[in-house]
Design a protein around this ligand. Structure first.
Ligand code: PMP
Length: 457
């Protein structure tokens, strides 16, 4: 049965909303899929159809949907004090408590937090803090940032320019390559024929060093990377890659910014993955999404004690760190984040992910038996599936065939939501997913890929 108000909502949405990353022309024909309710690992659409949420909303609903405790916490904080300005020297209790909690969870030495409204603004803040740091050290030219092709860092102008996904450039003048320069992504599936993983890693590190030389080490402030590239295809870098890139940063007096917007808060079985899984401690760590499990927007940029020591010195040139959002340290969002973290701790969700993650990855390997599945990769509860037209040559499937979009549709019909991105399918379920639900999700993908193959014959 269609939920009351649904037809009106569908029409109002179609008449008024500018949806993110959406082709407005096709949107006018199709409108939106109205989702009305959500509970645990499921969402329920306006027709009453229950769907297994294979993408955790958008990589964010880590503790699952519809938790009453979250609602109660949010309501209580609204009643206690929903907002007061955070500028200068005023604060609120949840913001302060969350700061202490984040410092406890983050790698040692990352003890200071700048709150933002989400991941994009947290990446903007990372760049601003990096620039401010070098300015305070008198290195005024050290401003350029190196990012990676296919990395995703957000949608504000700076974050979109850090982003290296081609489609996001369309229709915009991005901030020029003289300020933000992109090196290759680390994509083991696309490494040249005959190269070992080690050769490929050497190549990527050499390319990075050469780019720094080309831009001039005195001009380059930072490198930014996701520990595992998410929207760019769930790309897991070769062993040792991040640590070596980090060492190159240190050799050139550059900052390493880890964008843990997706990988933070348990998706890889750790609070943060950069140090715990990849062996480097970033100078700046950016998080959002799983910080509140999407119950309310919040992002955070954490900086090292070294950076803080410099920017907190009595200013020789005067001035202050002139950046801040009205909603910095929003009490309701910070209270929600604290409760979300408490739930992750109390229910042992990191441990659950350490167990279910390898199970999910192993079962997904069965998809490789399908003739158009070229690669299945990921770690824990991040999974990327490449669809190809020819396994031997790894030739991607023609985008005009809309294979990923059709697999997405097929999964919907089977009661599961996956994410189509170009010729890929991405999965990132809520962290509370069970083994049976993992099987159901992989089964939906397998069945839908088979249907797509049959439709081509
Ligand atoms: N960084 C990464 C790695 C992301 O995946 C995203 C969002 N998908 C962002 C930053 C941007 O976050 P937001 O959409 O909250 O601004």
């Amino acid at each position: 049965m269609t939920a009351p108000g649904t037809q009106t909502a569908w029409a109002q949405d179609r008449a008024h909303l500018l949806h993110p990353y959406t082709d407005f022309a096709t949107f006018a024909d199709e409108g939106s899929h109205v989702i009305g309710r959500a509970e645990g690992v499921h969402v329920i659409d306006a027709e009453g159809k229950q769907l297994l949420d294979g993408i955790a909303g958008l990589w964010c609903v880590n503790i699952g949907h519809g938790r009453e405790e979250m609602a109660e916490t949010i309501a209580k904080q609204v009643m206690d004090m929903q907002y007061y300005n955070p500028f200068g020297h005023s604060t609120n209790v949840p913001a302060a408590q969350l700061g202490a909690k984040l410092a406890e969870l983050a790698p040692a030495g990352l003890n200071r937090v700048f709150y933002t409204c989400g991941g994009s603004t947290a990446n903007d803040a990372a760049v601003r803090l990096g620039h401010y740091f070098f300015d305070m050290k008198g290195q005024h030219r050290k401003k350029k940032i190196i990012s990676r092709q296919n990395g995703y860092h957000g949608a504000t102008y700076v974050a979109a320019s850090l982003t290296g996904i081609h489609g996001t450039k369309y229709g915009f003048d991005r901030i020029g390559e003289d300020f933000i320069s992109h090196v290759s992504e680390a994509n083991l599936y696309a490494k040249p024929e005959g190269w070992s993983d080690g050769d490929y890693c050497d190549y990527l590190v050499r390319e990075f060093e050469a780019r720094i030389q080309q831009l001039g080490p005195d001009n380059v402030a930072a490198f930014i990377a996701e520990p595992i590239m998410g929207a760019g295809g769930v790309l897991v870098a070769p062993e040792g890659y991040h640590k070596r890139m980090y060492e190159v940063c240190k050799a050139h007096d550059m900052l390493y910014i880890a964008d843990e917007v997706v990988t933070g808060f348990g998706r890889l079985g750790e609070w943060f993955s950069s140090e715990a899984l990849f062996g480097y401690t970033p100078d700046i760590l950016v998080c959002a999404k799983g910080l509140t499990s999407g119950y309310i927007p919040l992002g955070a940029t954490m900086i090292s004690d070294e950076i803080y020591g410099t920017i907190a010195r009595p200013q020789c040139e005067g001035g202050i760190f002139s950046m801040g959002f009205t909603y910095f340290g929003h009490p309701v969002a910070c209270a929600a984040a604290l409760k979300n973290i408490e739930i992750i701790e109390r229910e042992g969700i990191l441990n659950h992910v350490r167990g279910i993650g390898p199970y999910f990855q192993d079962s997904a390997q069965s998809l490789l038996n399908l003739p158009i599945v070229g690669d299945v990769r990921g770690s824990h509860l991040m999974l990327g599936i490449d669809l190809v037209s020819d396994k031997a040559s790894k030739a991607p499937i023609e985008l005009t065939e809309q294979a990923a979009a059709k697999v997405f549709q097929g999964c919907m019909e089977r009661g599961a939501i996956v994410r189509p991105v170009g010729d890929r399918i991405i999965l990132s379920p809520p962290l509370i997913i069970s083994k049976d639900q993992c099987d159901e999700l992989i089964g939906a993908v397998a069945g839908s890929v088979q249907d797509f193959i049959a439709s081509q014959e």
